[in-house]
Every structure is written in structure tokens, then in C-alpha cells.
Write a protein that binds this ligand. Structure first.
Ligand SMILES: Cc1ncc(COP(=O)(O)O)c(C=O)c1O
Length: 300
């Protein structure tokens, strides 16, 4: 319940009595949606960092333990933070000794063009969570990495309590750990990080082609993750009526072309396998082109 409360995803909260008390949310760093007219990404980031500081002061800095963030919000619609966002947020966190927890479940292991999204965005997290690509998804495993400072505090207090009283039946399972180790070896042996870095420009440029579509409000992404956001009125940035399920329809049309994309509302996301080749990136967009043409034809 605490983990679901950390998310800002409304469907994860609604009818579950979430978020639970003492987990608070701050402004969503989506410049296209929440930036004011004429506001630069940098000015937007400054405004959000100032709002965070005011919120910490209002709550009482001693009551604020940690700030949780994904480097890029994945299931939230591939929201890439505005320029200077984490730099400014971290300055506030340091000022009030609030820990930074980076949720790298989606961003970790090459996805953003660095081994971790934290590297891509200049984050120095105290705690980092990872899963999915840790085993390339072949085996259920997750890992939490903590800084020396956090470890020392946990170790000291565990000595006081007698044990670190949090574990799971399958904690440290050797089969899952062996698969994760082998996966990390494949990343190194097959130079997958360099591969992602070499394909990212082609992938991002391919996505940018859709920016000129009358149905697309924003194209965003980094490394080998990206999304297009569909809008009913491009000039006014008006979203489609949710009842029209336009994003879902586009995902369906793509699937008819043999391409799986993920619709999150009207954000339609691409997250190809890290081993995708240049020719396959072209093929992916060729298939998506056909889906987009169909969607445009279906519009009234
Ligand atoms: C960013 C992020 N964090 C956490 C989770 C949940 O991870 P787990 O299923 O390992 O608890 C997800 C699930 O998709 C996710 O995308």
C-alpha cells in the first residue's frame, strides 16, 4: 500500500483508499502539460523546486524523510523531466537533508542511454530501486542499492533492534541472482550500453517525425524510450475525451501491424528491446506509420 501510494497513478489509488497518510505528492514535472505559456523548461524547473521547498517548510523539514522519483516517469506516460529539474530539486533536498530515492525499475540498465537514469539526469540518489532489466525480465528479481550512509544507519539500528526485520521468503534467491548476474554479464560482453547509445539518435529522430502530425501534441524521449502524446486540438493542446480511448485505439491499430506499443491515456509509448537493430528500428516506425495513417483516417 505504501508503494502504490508513492505513485501518482490515479487508477492505482482510486477505490483502494490510497494514498495512505504521510505520503505526499508534489507537482508533476511535465513541461508540455503544466508549463505556463512562454515559460522555459528551466523556469518551470525553478518554479517546481521553489514549490517543493515551500512544501517542505510547510510540512516541517524534520518530518520529511525522502523524495521519490523516477528519472523518467515510465508508466506515467514517459515524462522526461524539464532541463535542470533534478539539479534544482536536489539542491532543495540537500538543504533540508531529505534523502533522494531513484526508482530505476524502468530506467535502470541502459534504457536512457546510461547504465542508470540517475546518471543521465545527474541524480545522486541515496537509495536506488531496480528490477525488470536486472534480469532482462526473464526471472523475477529486484534489488535496492543504498549509499554507505544509509547502510551505516540501517546497520547501527539493526544492532539495536537485534536484526534487520524486513525480508521476503525469496530474498536473495540464488536462481534469480544467478540469472541477474548472467544478464549483467551479457550487458557487458555484448556492449549493450554502447549499442543503445549508437541507436538512440535514430530512434529519437524516428519518433520526432510524428511531431508534425495534426494528432500529436508532443514527442518526448531519451535513449531507447519515448512516447508521442495524442491531442484533439494541437494548437490548444486539448486532450481527447478519455471516453474516445484514442491512445488505446492507436495501440490496437499498431498491433494489427504486428507492433506492440503501450497506451497510457493518450500517451503512446515505445520501449523496444535493448538488442533492437537499426533495421528493426526502421521497420518499427514503418509499421507505426501505417497505424498512424489509419488513425488519421478514422478521425471525424
Ligand atoms: C517505475 C516502476 N517502479 C516500480 C514498479 C513496480 O515494481 P515491482 O513490480 O517490482 O514492485 C513498476 C512496475 O511496473 C515501475 O514501472
Amino acid at each position: 500500500m505504501a508503494a502504490a501510494s508513492l505513485s501518482g497513478l490515479v487508477p492505482n489509488h482510486r477505490d483502494f483508499d490510497l494514498p495512505i497518510a504521510r505520503i505526499l505528492h508534489v507537482d508533476c514535472p511535465h513541461h508540455y502539460r503544466y508549463g505556463q505559456p512562454g515559460e522555459t523548461e528551466e523556469a518551470f524547473a525553478t518554479r517546481l523546486a521553489e514549490a517543493l521547498e515551500q512544501r517542505i517548510l510547510a510540512e516541517g523539514p524534520d518530518t520529511v524523510a525522502a523524495f521519490f522519483a523516477e528519472p523518467v516517469m515510465g508508466a506515467g506516460g514517459v515524462i522526461v523531466p524539464p532541463a535542470t529539474y533534478f539539479e534544482k530539486i536536489q539542491a532543495v533536498l540537500r538543504k533540508y537533508e531529505v534523502l533522494l530515492v531513484a526508482d530505476e525499475v524502468i530506467c535502470g540498465f541502459c534504457r536512457t542511454g546510461e547504465m542508470f537514469g540517475s546518471t543521465t539526469f545527474g541524480m545522486q540518489p541515496d537509495i536506488l530501486t531496480s528490477a525488470k532489466a536486472l534480469s532482462s525480465g526473464y526471472m523475477p528479481i529486484s534489488a535496492v542499492m543504498v549509499s554507505e550512509k544509509v547502510h551505516a544507519a540501517v546497520a547501527a539500528n539493526s544492532g539495536k533492534i537485534g536484526t534487520f526485520g524486513h525480508g521476503f521468503t525469496y530474498s536473495g534467491h540464488p536462481v534469480a541472482a544467478a540469472v541477474a548476474l548472467e544478464t549483467l554479464k551479457v550487458y557487458e560482453d555484448e556492449h549493450l550500453l554502447a549499442h543503445v547509445q549508437s541507436l538512440a539518435p535514430q530512434f529519437q529522430q524516428g519518433l520526432q517525425r510524428y511531431a508534425s502530425s495534426p494528432l500529436v501534441g508532443e514527442v518526448r524521449g531519451v535513449g531507447l524510450i519515448g512516447a508521442i502524446e495524442l491531442v484533439a486540438d494541437k494548437a490548444r493542446r486539448t486532450p481527447f475525451d478519455p471516453a474516445s480511448k484514442t491512445g488505446g485505439r492507436l495501440a490496437q491499430l499498431a498491433q494489427e501491424q504486428g507492433l506492440i506499443v503501450r497506451a497510457m491515456g493518450d500517451a503512446v509509448a515505445f520501449c523496444p528491446p535493448l538488442i533492437i537493430t537499426a533495421a528493426q528500428v526502421d521497420e518499427m516506425f514503418a509499421r507505426f506509420d501505417r497505424a498512424m495513417v489509419r488513425l488519421e483516417q478514422e478521425q471525424p
